[in-house]
Design a protein around this ligand. Structure first.
Ligand SMILES: [Zn+2]
Length: 335
Protein backbone atom coordinates (compact mmCIF):
# COMPACT_ATOMS: atom_id res chain seq x y z
CA UNK A 1 0.00 0.00 0.00
CA UNK A 2 1.49 3.30 -1.05
CA UNK A 3 -1.16 5.65 0.26
CA UNK A 4 -3.90 5.70 2.87
CA UNK A 5 -7.30 4.61 1.57
CA UNK A 6 -9.52 7.31 0.07
CA UNK A 7 -11.99 7.07 2.96
CA UNK A 8 -9.25 7.78 5.52
CA UNK A 9 -8.43 11.26 4.37
CA UNK A 10 -9.86 13.03 7.41
CA UNK A 11 -7.93 10.85 9.84
CA UNK A 12 -4.77 11.29 7.80
CA UNK A 13 -5.01 15.08 7.70
CA UNK A 14 -5.72 15.13 11.39
CA UNK A 15 -2.49 13.29 12.22
CA UNK A 16 -0.39 14.95 9.53
CA UNK A 17 -1.37 18.34 10.90
CA UNK A 18 -0.52 17.40 14.45
CA UNK A 19 2.79 16.06 13.27
CA UNK A 20 3.63 19.42 11.69
CA UNK A 21 2.57 21.23 14.86
CA UNK A 22 4.60 18.81 16.93
CA UNK A 23 1.54 17.89 18.93
CA UNK A 24 1.20 14.18 18.28
CA UNK A 25 -0.12 12.20 21.21
CA UNK A 26 2.01 9.38 22.63
CA UNK A 27 -0.74 6.82 22.44
CA UNK A 28 -3.38 6.52 19.76
CA UNK A 29 -6.34 4.18 19.73
CA UNK A 30 -7.42 3.51 16.15
CA UNK A 31 -10.85 1.97 16.29
CA UNK A 32 -13.72 1.06 14.00
CA UNK A 33 -15.26 -1.92 12.18
CA UNK A 34 -13.22 -4.72 10.61
CA UNK A 35 -12.17 -4.71 6.99
CA UNK A 36 -11.71 -0.97 6.48
CA UNK A 37 -7.91 -0.75 6.69
CA UNK A 38 -7.12 0.52 10.20
CA UNK A 39 -3.97 -1.58 10.42
CA UNK A 40 -2.80 -0.43 7.00
CA UNK A 41 -3.38 3.13 8.13
CA UNK A 42 -1.25 2.55 11.24
CA UNK A 43 1.54 1.07 9.09
CA UNK A 44 1.30 3.90 6.66
CA UNK A 45 1.47 6.55 9.34
CA UNK A 46 4.38 4.78 11.02
CA UNK A 47 6.13 4.75 7.68
CA UNK A 48 5.57 8.47 7.22
CA UNK A 49 6.67 9.24 10.75
CA UNK A 50 10.00 7.49 10.24
CA UNK A 51 10.68 8.91 6.78
CA UNK A 52 13.60 11.31 6.67
CA UNK A 53 12.27 13.35 3.77
CA UNK A 54 8.57 13.53 4.30
CA UNK A 55 6.54 15.14 1.56
CA UNK A 56 4.39 18.24 2.04
CA UNK A 57 1.21 16.22 2.50
CA UNK A 58 2.85 14.19 5.25
CA UNK A 59 3.42 11.09 3.09
CA UNK A 60 6.65 9.13 3.17
CA UNK A 61 9.11 9.78 0.32
CA UNK A 62 9.63 6.11 -0.52
CA UNK A 63 13.36 6.28 -1.17
CA UNK A 64 15.24 7.50 1.91
CA UNK A 65 17.17 4.93 3.94
CA UNK A 66 14.35 4.74 6.46
CA UNK A 67 11.75 4.12 3.74
CA UNK A 68 13.93 1.38 2.27
CA UNK A 69 14.20 -0.33 5.65
CA UNK A 70 10.48 -0.02 6.05
CA UNK A 71 9.83 -1.49 2.61
CA UNK A 72 12.04 -4.44 3.50
CA UNK A 73 9.94 -4.94 6.64
CA UNK A 74 13.09 -4.43 8.58
CA UNK A 75 12.92 -1.06 10.34
CA UNK A 76 14.38 -1.44 13.82
CA UNK A 77 12.30 1.41 15.26
CA UNK A 78 8.97 -0.25 14.51
CA UNK A 79 7.68 -2.80 16.95
CA UNK A 80 4.68 -4.80 15.87
CA UNK A 81 2.85 -6.77 18.54
CA UNK A 82 0.35 -9.37 17.44
CA UNK A 83 -0.88 -12.63 18.90
CA UNK A 84 1.43 -15.47 17.93
CA UNK A 85 -1.46 -17.31 16.37
CA UNK A 86 -4.76 -16.02 15.10
CA UNK A 87 -7.29 -15.63 17.85
CA UNK A 88 -4.53 -15.88 20.48
CA UNK A 89 -3.47 -13.31 23.06
CA UNK A 90 -0.78 -10.66 23.11
CA UNK A 91 1.24 -11.97 26.02
CA UNK A 92 2.75 -10.08 28.91
CA UNK A 93 6.23 -11.19 27.76
CA UNK A 94 5.66 -9.46 24.44
CA UNK A 95 4.65 -6.27 26.26
CA UNK A 96 7.68 -6.46 28.56
CA UNK A 97 10.00 -6.89 25.59
CA UNK A 98 8.36 -3.93 23.92
CA UNK A 99 8.77 -1.73 27.00
CA UNK A 100 12.44 -2.66 27.16
CA UNK A 101 12.96 -1.76 23.51
CA UNK A 102 11.13 1.53 23.81
CA UNK A 103 13.37 2.50 26.73
CA UNK A 104 16.42 2.41 24.45
CA UNK A 105 17.15 5.27 22.10
CA UNK A 106 15.92 4.88 18.56
CA UNK A 107 18.22 3.44 15.91
CA UNK A 108 17.63 6.13 13.35
CA UNK A 109 17.46 9.00 15.82
CA UNK A 110 13.76 9.59 15.22
CA UNK A 111 10.56 8.11 16.53
CA UNK A 112 10.10 4.70 18.08
CA UNK A 113 6.76 3.23 17.16
CA UNK A 114 4.74 0.37 18.56
CA UNK A 115 1.67 -1.06 16.88
CA UNK A 116 -0.45 -3.45 18.91
CA UNK A 117 -3.15 -5.28 16.97
CA UNK A 118 -5.72 -6.27 17.72
CA UNK A 119 -5.48 -4.41 21.00
CA UNK A 120 -8.34 -6.54 22.33
CA UNK A 121 -5.95 -9.49 22.22
CA UNK A 122 -4.07 -8.15 25.25
CA UNK A 123 -5.12 -10.05 28.33
CA UNK A 124 -5.51 -8.26 31.66
CA UNK A 125 -1.91 -8.86 32.68
CA UNK A 126 -0.60 -7.55 29.36
CA UNK A 127 -2.84 -4.50 29.48
CA UNK A 128 -1.77 -3.73 33.03
CA UNK A 129 1.87 -4.09 32.11
CA UNK A 130 1.40 -1.52 29.37
CA UNK A 131 -0.38 1.10 31.49
CA UNK A 132 2.64 2.88 32.88
CA UNK A 133 4.23 3.18 29.42
CA UNK A 134 0.97 4.50 28.00
CA UNK A 135 0.92 7.13 30.70
CA UNK A 136 4.56 8.16 30.67
CA UNK A 137 6.11 6.95 27.46
CA UNK A 138 9.78 7.59 26.67
CA UNK A 139 10.23 10.69 24.49
CA UNK A 140 9.65 10.41 20.73
CA UNK A 141 7.51 7.36 21.14
CA UNK A 142 4.18 6.61 19.51
CA UNK A 143 2.08 3.64 20.56
CA UNK A 144 -0.79 2.79 18.23
CA UNK A 145 -3.45 0.40 19.41
CA UNK A 146 -5.74 -0.97 16.71
CA UNK A 147 -9.13 -2.17 17.90
CA UNK A 148 -12.55 -3.14 16.66
CA UNK A 149 -14.41 -3.40 19.92
CA UNK A 150 -13.60 -0.69 22.41
CA UNK A 151 -15.74 -2.36 25.04
CA UNK A 152 -13.31 -5.25 25.14
CA UNK A 153 -10.46 -2.97 26.18
CA UNK A 154 -9.96 -2.10 29.84
CA UNK A 155 -11.13 1.43 30.66
CA UNK A 156 -7.67 2.14 32.06
CA UNK A 157 -6.17 1.54 28.62
CA UNK A 158 -8.84 3.47 26.75
CA UNK A 159 -8.51 6.50 28.96
CA UNK A 160 -4.76 6.75 28.37
CA UNK A 161 -5.06 6.90 24.59
CA UNK A 162 -6.36 9.50 22.19
CA UNK A 163 -8.99 7.99 19.99
CA UNK A 164 -9.07 8.06 16.24
CA UNK A 165 -12.34 6.71 14.92
CA UNK A 166 -12.70 5.03 11.53
CA UNK A 167 -16.06 4.47 9.89
CA UNK A 168 -17.26 2.33 7.04
CA UNK A 169 -16.84 4.32 3.85
CA UNK A 170 -19.98 5.47 2.07
CA UNK A 171 -21.22 3.00 -0.52
CA UNK A 172 -20.27 5.04 -3.56
CA UNK A 173 -16.62 5.51 -2.64
CA UNK A 174 -16.23 1.94 -1.38
CA UNK A 175 -17.70 0.68 -4.63
CA UNK A 176 -15.57 2.77 -6.92
CA UNK A 177 -12.42 1.85 -4.98
CA UNK A 178 -13.25 -1.83 -5.08
CA UNK A 179 -14.21 -1.79 -8.76
CA UNK A 180 -10.86 -0.20 -9.51
CA UNK A 181 -9.02 -2.94 -7.63
CA UNK A 182 -11.04 -5.60 -9.40
CA UNK A 183 -10.47 -4.23 -12.89
CA UNK A 184 -6.98 -5.63 -12.72
CA UNK A 185 -8.49 -9.08 -12.44
CA UNK A 186 -11.85 -9.66 -14.02
CA UNK A 187 -14.12 -7.53 -11.97
CA UNK A 188 -16.66 -4.84 -12.57
CA UNK A 189 -18.92 -2.43 -10.77
CA UNK A 190 -21.72 -4.97 -10.44
CA UNK A 191 -19.38 -7.45 -8.85
CA UNK A 192 -18.02 -4.75 -6.52
CA UNK A 193 -21.55 -3.93 -5.45
CA UNK A 194 -22.38 -7.53 -4.77
CA UNK A 195 -19.14 -8.23 -2.89
CA UNK A 196 -19.62 -5.15 -0.74
CA UNK A 197 -23.13 -6.15 0.20
CA UNK A 198 -21.86 -9.51 1.32
CA UNK A 199 -19.00 -7.90 3.26
CA UNK A 200 -21.39 -5.51 5.03
CA UNK A 201 -19.77 -2.54 3.38
CA UNK A 202 -16.18 -3.29 4.44
CA UNK A 203 -14.07 -2.83 1.29
CA UNK A 204 -10.99 -4.81 2.37
CA UNK A 205 -13.09 -7.77 3.40
CA UNK A 206 -14.78 -7.59 0.02
CA UNK A 207 -11.43 -7.47 -1.76
CA UNK A 208 -10.12 -10.45 0.18
CA UNK A 209 -13.25 -12.36 -0.82
CA UNK A 210 -12.71 -11.44 -4.45
CA UNK A 211 -9.12 -12.64 -4.27
CA UNK A 212 -10.29 -16.07 -3.21
CA UNK A 213 -12.56 -16.16 -6.21
CA UNK A 214 -11.49 -19.44 -7.68
CA UNK A 215 -12.78 -19.82 -11.23
CA UNK A 216 -12.87 -23.61 -11.07
CA UNK A 217 -14.93 -23.64 -7.93
CA UNK A 218 -17.28 -21.07 -9.39
CA UNK A 219 -17.74 -23.13 -12.53
CA UNK A 220 -18.41 -26.28 -10.54
CA UNK A 221 -21.05 -24.53 -8.47
CA UNK A 222 -22.68 -23.01 -11.49
CA UNK A 223 -22.84 -26.41 -13.16
CA UNK A 224 -24.51 -27.79 -10.06
CA UNK A 225 -27.13 -25.05 -10.24
CA UNK A 226 -27.90 -26.05 -13.81
CA UNK A 227 -28.22 -29.69 -12.73
CA UNK A 228 -30.53 -28.58 -9.97
CA UNK A 229 -32.71 -26.70 -12.43
CA UNK A 230 -32.91 -29.79 -14.59
CA UNK A 231 -33.88 -31.95 -11.64
CA UNK A 232 -30.74 -34.00 -11.98
CA UNK A 233 -29.50 -33.37 -8.46
CA UNK A 234 -31.23 -33.38 -5.11
CA UNK A 235 -31.06 -30.01 -3.29
CA UNK A 236 -30.42 -31.75 0.04
CA UNK A 237 -27.48 -33.63 -1.39
CA UNK A 238 -26.15 -30.49 -3.04
CA UNK A 239 -26.36 -28.59 0.26
CA UNK A 240 -24.13 -31.18 1.92
CA UNK A 241 -21.65 -30.95 -0.95
CA UNK A 242 -21.51 -27.20 -0.87
CA UNK A 243 -20.84 -27.16 2.84
CA UNK A 244 -17.70 -29.19 2.20
CA UNK A 245 -16.35 -26.31 0.10
CA UNK A 246 -14.51 -23.35 1.52
CA UNK A 247 -17.05 -21.37 3.54
CA UNK A 248 -18.76 -19.00 3.10
CA UNK A 249 -18.01 -19.01 -0.63
CA UNK A 250 -21.07 -20.97 -1.81
CA UNK A 251 -23.60 -18.65 -0.25
CA UNK A 252 -21.64 -15.64 -1.40
CA UNK A 253 -21.71 -16.91 -4.96
CA UNK A 254 -25.42 -17.55 -4.71
CA UNK A 255 -25.90 -13.99 -3.57
CA UNK A 256 -23.83 -12.64 -6.40
CA UNK A 257 -25.56 -14.75 -9.01
CA UNK A 258 -29.07 -13.90 -7.92
CA UNK A 259 -28.08 -10.20 -7.88
CA UNK A 260 -26.78 -10.65 -11.40
CA UNK A 261 -29.99 -12.40 -12.47
CA UNK A 262 -31.96 -9.41 -11.22
CA UNK A 263 -29.74 -7.02 -13.11
CA UNK A 264 -29.94 -9.10 -16.26
CA UNK A 265 -33.72 -9.04 -16.15
CA UNK A 266 -33.79 -5.30 -15.66
CA UNK A 267 -31.14 -4.40 -18.22
CA UNK A 268 -30.10 -7.25 -20.48
CA UNK A 269 -26.35 -7.34 -21.01
CA UNK A 270 -25.73 -5.21 -17.90
CA UNK A 271 -23.64 -7.85 -16.16
CA UNK A 272 -20.02 -7.81 -17.17
CA UNK A 273 -17.77 -10.81 -16.98
CA UNK A 274 -17.62 -14.00 -18.92
CA UNK A 275 -20.26 -14.32 -21.62
CA UNK A 276 -20.92 -17.98 -20.86
CA UNK A 277 -21.62 -17.18 -17.18
CA UNK A 278 -24.07 -14.53 -18.28
CA UNK A 279 -25.76 -16.96 -20.59
CA UNK A 280 -26.17 -19.55 -17.84
CA UNK A 281 -27.50 -16.99 -15.37
CA UNK A 282 -29.85 -15.62 -17.96
CA UNK A 283 -31.27 -18.99 -18.88
CA UNK A 284 -31.60 -20.01 -15.22
CA UNK A 285 -33.59 -16.92 -14.32
CA UNK A 286 -35.59 -16.52 -17.51
CA UNK A 287 -39.32 -16.33 -16.75
CA UNK A 288 -38.85 -16.06 -13.00
CA UNK A 289 -40.77 -13.08 -11.68
CA UNK A 290 -38.47 -10.27 -10.61
CA UNK A 291 -40.16 -10.03 -7.23
CA UNK A 292 -39.40 -13.67 -6.56
CA UNK A 293 -35.75 -13.07 -7.27
CA UNK A 294 -35.72 -10.09 -4.92
CA UNK A 295 -37.37 -12.13 -2.18
CA UNK A 296 -34.91 -14.92 -2.70
CA UNK A 297 -32.00 -12.50 -2.52
CA UNK A 298 -33.25 -11.30 0.87
CA UNK A 299 -33.53 -14.89 1.95
CA UNK A 300 -29.89 -15.54 1.00
CA UNK A 301 -28.73 -12.53 2.98
CA UNK A 302 -30.68 -13.69 6.05
CA UNK A 303 -29.38 -17.21 5.68
CA UNK A 304 -25.84 -15.99 5.47
CA UNK A 305 -26.14 -14.22 8.78
CA UNK A 306 -27.79 -17.24 10.39
CA UNK A 307 -25.19 -19.68 9.11
CA UNK A 308 -22.51 -18.08 11.24
CA UNK A 309 -24.55 -18.72 14.37
CA UNK A 310 -26.48 -21.94 13.77
CA UNK A 311 -25.89 -25.32 12.20
CA UNK A 312 -25.42 -24.36 8.55
CA UNK A 313 -26.64 -27.61 7.01
CA UNK A 314 -30.41 -27.19 7.43
CA UNK A 315 -30.10 -23.54 6.41
CA UNK A 316 -28.31 -24.39 3.19
CA UNK A 317 -30.72 -27.25 2.54
CA UNK A 318 -33.76 -25.07 2.89
CA UNK A 319 -32.18 -22.38 0.72
CA UNK A 320 -31.55 -24.82 -2.12
CA UNK A 321 -34.95 -26.48 -1.74
CA UNK A 322 -36.54 -23.09 -2.08
CA UNK A 323 -34.49 -22.38 -5.18
CA UNK A 324 -35.47 -25.74 -6.69
CA UNK A 325 -39.12 -24.87 -6.00
CA UNK A 326 -38.83 -21.51 -7.67
CA UNK A 327 -37.41 -23.25 -10.72
CA UNK A 328 -40.13 -25.89 -10.63
CA UNK A 329 -42.87 -23.26 -10.60
CA UNK A 330 -41.16 -21.63 -13.53
CA UNK A 331 -41.19 -24.91 -15.47
CA UNK A 332 -44.85 -25.44 -14.64
CA UNK A 333 -45.72 -21.95 -15.75
CA UNK A 334 -43.94 -22.56 -19.00
CA UNK A 335 -45.64 -25.92 -19.54
ZN1 LIG B 1 11.45 8.38 3.15
Amino acid sequence: MTKYYPWQQTQWHNLAERLVQDSLPHALLLHGPAGIGKSDFADHFAHALLCQQRQDDGQACGHCSSCLLFAADNHPDIHLLEPEKEGGVVKIDQIRALIASLALSSHAGGYKIAIIRPAEAMNIASANALLKTLEEPPSQTLIMLVAEQLSRLPATVRSRCQRLHFQLPDTASAQSWLAQCLTETEGNVGEAQSLLTIANGAPLTALADADRDLPALRQKMLNALVELSEGRIDPVKLAAEWLKLEQPLPIKYMHRWVSDMIRLQQVPGSVEGKAEHQKVLHSLSENIELQKLYNYLDRIAESQALMTQLNPLPIMESLLIQWANILKQKTNAQG
